[in-house]
Design a protein. Structure first.
Length: 271
């Protein structure tokens, strides 16, 4: 149950179309009570009511059967798509089998979703330093789109060839929020933040040679950025970046009525 559904219910009560007892029953019974106990997990069915966004499945460590069961309950309790991140090939296959014609993945195949994405509000641009960073950038882009932002990608603009970045300056500065993904020494977010007036969310990746320490060098570089306006996510956390950036973009355009009800099919959703 989300805020729109609660408002609709209260409007029906105010208009005399529903009684108090009926409304109370709708608010306290089953999934509307706040969570659904599946035995192996308690699905937070009120997260969308509290935060504006539904719960998401972190599929690592979950069986395909558990992920499918979680998806079924999420689809019953939210009009937003069900999303799982860090999904194995077996999990993706099971979701496709359980929801034929409705399931789709990101371009890396590690995120899987069921249900049409919401209308978009605001623009998130996902900027990646190199081709090796594309998997994390793809998770961020896929998540931001499913969380209601329009998403565009800018790839392979790392600081080793900074003229590539300068060539897309206008596109960078036109976004409502930028997700900047980089491994190695992690310098790209600082450079971007020094060029634009847009909030920058830096995402370090575990890409690099030995002294990168699995992304720790990039993380520390981003945390120590001398450019203002940079916030930092955890190593390889494209999902967290996507959620944050989508909320920034949606709020940035909250005073406008330009939400776009995209005509989306499973084959056209990948940002």
């Amino acid at each position: 149950m989300d805020r729109a559904e609660v408002r609709e219910l209260l409007d029906r009560v105010a208009a005399g179309e529903a009684g108090v007892a009926e409304a109370l029953d709708a608010l306290v019974r089953g999934p509307a009570a706040g969570f659904a106990d599946l035995g192996f997990a308690r699905v937070d069915t009120h997260r969308e009511l509290r935060t504006g966004d539904p719960e998401v499945v972190f599929a690592a460590g979950k069986t395909p059967e558990q992920t499918v069961a979680l998806f079924r309950r999420l689809r019953e309790t939210s009009r937003r798509p069900a999303l799982a991140t860090r999904a194995s090939a077996a999990v993706v296959e099971a979701v496709y089998a359980a929801f034929p014609g409705e399931a789709y993945t990101d371009d890396g195949g590690t995120c899987v979703a069921v249900g049409a994405p919401p209308a978009t509000r605001g623009l998130v641009r996902v900027v990646s330093a190199g081709t090796s960073d594309v998997a994390v950038a793809g998770e961020a882009a896929f998540t931001a789109r499913l969380f209601g932002a329009r998403v565009e990608r800018i790839e392979d603009v790392g600081v080793a060839g900074i003229h590539r970045l300068l060539a897309v300056h206008a596109e960078l500065d036109a976004a409502d929020c930028l997700i900047v993904v980089a491994g190695m020494e992690g310098a790209l977010p600082s450079v971007v933040a020094g060029l634009v007036s847009v909030p920058v969310l830096a995402v370090p990746t575990s890409v690099g040679y030995g002294a990168s320490f699995g992304g720790l060098a990039a993380l520390l570089a981003m945390l120590n950025s001398c450019a203002p306006g940079v916030a930092v996510c955890n190593i390889d956390n494209g999902f967290g970046a996507g959620v944050f950036a989508a909320r920034v973009a949606r709020r940035a355009r909250s005073d406008r009525t330009d939400a776009t009800p995209d005509a989306v099919t499973p084959d056209s959703v990948t940002p």
